[in-house]
Design a binder for this molecule. Structure first.
Ligand code: GLN
Ligand code: ZN
Length: 751
């Protein structure tokens, strides 16, 4: 054994699994056909790995929906409410996505990735028992291909720590699950007495407590007593766990040396354990510097017997796209600088051979040669390096990071300038994206209609929307974002230094995939991006029109970001590019500008000690974008979540004039946090839940506003819905917003 991958993507290089799943859900194919597609895909993926010389190939990294959900089934931790469904596949999908009679289980982000898992709902009284049919099937399939696979499982501690506990306590549930895991292991050993098991315990990269570590030792003393267990951690270092696990009978650990370069292997090595050095990045697409990585691994493992050193991916390759094979339109240079999952397999193999001084094949030599050229050209290419952009970043001063007047003073000027009433009403920006609108944009992109035609039609929609907003009496209007397909892509497509792939799909949840932009070079804004639309909208009304932009941190957090300079530098470049747009809007007469930072929260590091550094560059970037405007220009920001308790310092530091937040589904406890802190800015808490097609009545919005006013003073409150109007239908949006404005008018009368 020598090379490994933590896991391989399963959705298919042309999203075959996505298509099959959706066909099955809509009744177009049978369960057997879906299973056949899955089986074909697994075989194809194993064959790729085998041919690439990967020694430890996983089974059970496949899933029809999610691996955490698979674990739930495997442990018989299925919540009672799904037990009435007999067919196990139907039950599985009911848990994953709901059905006519069942609500889906909750879904949330897997650590700091954009992958979402189905949150287990655990009850200590559940009848936990082992069911490994899924693994047996996959194991036998792999065997047929001549592969002796490693079996991936999510370890008991991570599984429970990431769950919602409905009844019982965490520790007791973990202890109750250990025998079930032992049962699973025993069954796996029936397949092969020497079976290799990978237990994923990424929970341990997030500042574990003393109790967590004691539990870890106890659990793995039991589980590993007579099995070949490798514990995998990823996305950060897991040094506390590494030391503890060294004392248990595990075989070794797979560690992330890309995002956890602080990982120490000393304790493990001293205890005679094997170590997996995850040096090929499973989270980003840039080519690995093969020689540099080989030298690093060599240095790190000098004192370790070579058969105890494995080279692999930093985490599952699930988080990167499949193969460059289908990128036929990408710039050849850019293409040479990236590797997707398949190309990463070659990197792993060649690094391993260099580390072990094994002879390179002709093909290996080609890979290495190509790699050296890519690394060299990337350092100097004029497609990447733009001295003007670099100068602008190095010339940033403190002044660029601060508004010219403190909030308390400038807000007065803004009130004079904008003359909005108490409890001003607005929306978060987007309006319904209808099938006709999507078709219009597609037709334009495909050259089926002229630019002139396209613009005229979008402007017609803007005109209707302005008219509607005026009719119902909103105070600060928006243009509706009809020209945007996606809040990051729209800007990415117009910026220098950002590229788009054709087939760079990454699974986000279930059958859903996203195609993140590639920030490959110095970022700049060659020309106006939104000014034409927004000034057109403003020309139709006397009311203030809010200019709508995506913030620098969100641009970065939803992209593949270059790894050849600090993230901070890229963020500052992005911040300056968007600032250019802010200034252009202001110069064109726009008085209110909203800079959305939807993804600020999810970019937080997993380790507490790294939070300050992130906040520093992230918040500074936002301030660079928004600080150069006149004091009377009002800056809004928007964040679509309701968890702020641990990031309030950062939020305050952003120094926005108005922040809109998601609130309709929470109980105003969020607002209490803003109040207790004495948050200085104005706040727009969402007053109705747009996630449901239901139209809220005027009365219930009145109630909601009054509840908000019990916490916050009316002078600070804006009235708006939560974000996401673009996902709704006009028939839902129009009456809802009218009720919102009417409700506000009623509350104002009582003030
Ligand atoms: N302005 C964007 C919209 O209304 C914000 C989207 C978001 O925050 N997710 O769609
Ligand atoms: Zn939002």
């Amino acid at each position: 054994m020598a090379t490994y991958v933590i896991g391989f993507p399963r959705i298919g290089e042309q999203r075959e699994l996505k298509k099959a799943l959706e066909a099955y859900w809509s009744g177009k194919i049978s369960q057997d056909e879906l299973k056949q597609t899955a089986s074909d895909l697994r075989k194809r993926h194993w064959t790729y790995q085998k041919n690439a010389g990967i020694d430890m190939i996983s089974v059970n990294d496949f899933s029809f929906y999610d691996n955490m959900l698979d674990m739930t089934v495997m442990l018989n931790a299925v919540p009672e409410k799904y037990k009435d469904i007999d067919n196990c596949m139907d039950r599985y999908f009911a848990m994953a996505r709901g059905d006519a009679n069942h609500k889906a289980m909750e879904m949330t982000k897997w650590f700091n990735t954009n992958y979402h898992y189905i949150v287990p709902e655990l009850d200590i009284d559940m009848d936990f028992k082992a069911n490994i049919d899924k693994i047996v099937l996959e194991y036998n399939e792999a065997k047929e291909l001549g592969i002796e696979p490693k079996v991936n499982l999510i370890g008991p501690i991570t599984y429970v720590k990431l769950s919602k506990i409905v009844n019982g306590d965490e520790k007791a549930i973990i202890e109750k699950l250990v025998p079930v895991y032992k049962e699973i292991i025993a069954k796996l050993k029936e397949l092969n007495p020497n079976v290799t098991i990978q237990m994923d315990e990424p929970y341990f990269v997030t500042n574990p407590t003393k109790e967590d570590l004691e539990l870890l030792e106890k659990v793995y003393n039991e589980l590993a007593s007579d099995a070949n267990i490798y514990v995998a951690t990823y996305f950060e270092h897991s040094n506390e766990a590494n030391e503890v696990l060294a004392k248990t009978p595990i075989k070794g650990m797979f560690l992330d040396f890309v995002h956890g370069s602080e990982n120490s292997i000393k304790a493990l090595v001293d205890a005679g354990k094997e170590v997996g050095i995850g040096i090929v990045n499973g989270r980003n697409v840039w080519v690995n510097d093969i020689e540099k990585s080989a030298a690093f691994v060599k240095g790190l493992t000098e004192a370790v017997e070579s058969d105890k050193v494995h080279v692999g991916s930093s985490c599952s390759l699930l988080h990167v796209p499949y193969t460059l094979k289908y990128e036929t339109k990408m710039d050849e240079d850019i293409k040479s600088w990236i590797s997707y999952a398949l190309e990463k397999l070659d990197e792993i193999r060649v690094i391993n051979k260099l580390v072990k001084n094994e002879e390179l094949s002709e093909y290996d030599k080609e890979v290495l040669e190509g790699n050296k050229i890519a690394i060299a050209t990337r350092k100097t290419s004029s497609k990447i390096h733009d001295p003007i952009v670099q100068d602008r970043v190095s010339n940033l001063t403190e002044k660029d990071k601060h508004r010219s007047m403190p909030f308390e003073e400038r807000i007065k000027l803004q009130h004079e300038n904008l003359k909005y009433p108490i409890l001003p009403t607005t929306t978060i920006g987007s309006f319904p994206q209808t099938p006709e609108l999507r078709k219009l944009r597609r037709d334009f992109k495909n050259g089926l209609i002229s630019e002139e035609d396209y613009k005229a039609q979008i402007k017609e929609m803007i005109k209707d929307l302005v008219k509607f907003q005026e009719e119902i009496g909103l105070d600060v209007l928006v243009h509706g974002e009809f020209e945007r397909n996606d809040m990051v892509e729209y800007f990415g497509e117009q910026l220098n230094g950002v590229a788009f792939s054709q087939n760079g799909w990454v699974q986000s949840y279930g059958s859903r995939c996203v195609k993140p932009p590639l920030i490959y070079g110095d970022v700049s804004r060659p020309k106006d991006m939104t000014v034409e639309w927004i000034t057109y909208a403003q020309s139709l009304t006397e009311k203030p029109m809010k200019g709508m932009l995506t913030g620098p941190v969100t641009m970065l957090n939803w992209s593949f970001v270059r790894d050849d300079q600090p993230k901070r530098t890229t963020a500052y470049q992005m911040a300056i590019a968007i600032r250019d747009e802010v200034e252009a809007l202001e110069a064109a007469g726009i008085k209110v500008i909203q800079v959305d930072e939807a993804a600020l929260r999810e970019g937080y590091p997993l380790r507490n000690e790294k939070r300050a550094e992130y906040e520093d560059w992230a918040i500074t970037s936002f301030r660079i974008t928004t600080s150069s405007v006149k004091p009377e220009t009002q800056i809004h920001t928007h964040m679509c979540y309701s968890e702020f308790s641990d990031i309030m310092d950062a939020i305050e530091d952003m120094d926005a004039d108005v922040i809109s937040i998601e609130n309709a589904r929470s109980d105003n406890s969020l607002l209490k946090i803003f109040k207790e802190r004495g948050y200085k800015g104005e706040i727009g808490p969402g007053v109705y839940d747009i996630h449901s097609p239901r139209i809220p009545s005027k009365e219930e919005i009145v109630e909601q506003i009054e509840a908000i006013l019990e916490v916050l003073p009316a002078e600070k409150v804006w009235i708006n819905p939560d974000c996401g109007l673009k996902t709704r239908k006009w028939e839902e949006v129009k009456p809802s917003l009218k009720n919102m404005v009417d409700a506000t008018i009623e509350v104002r009368k009582k003030l």
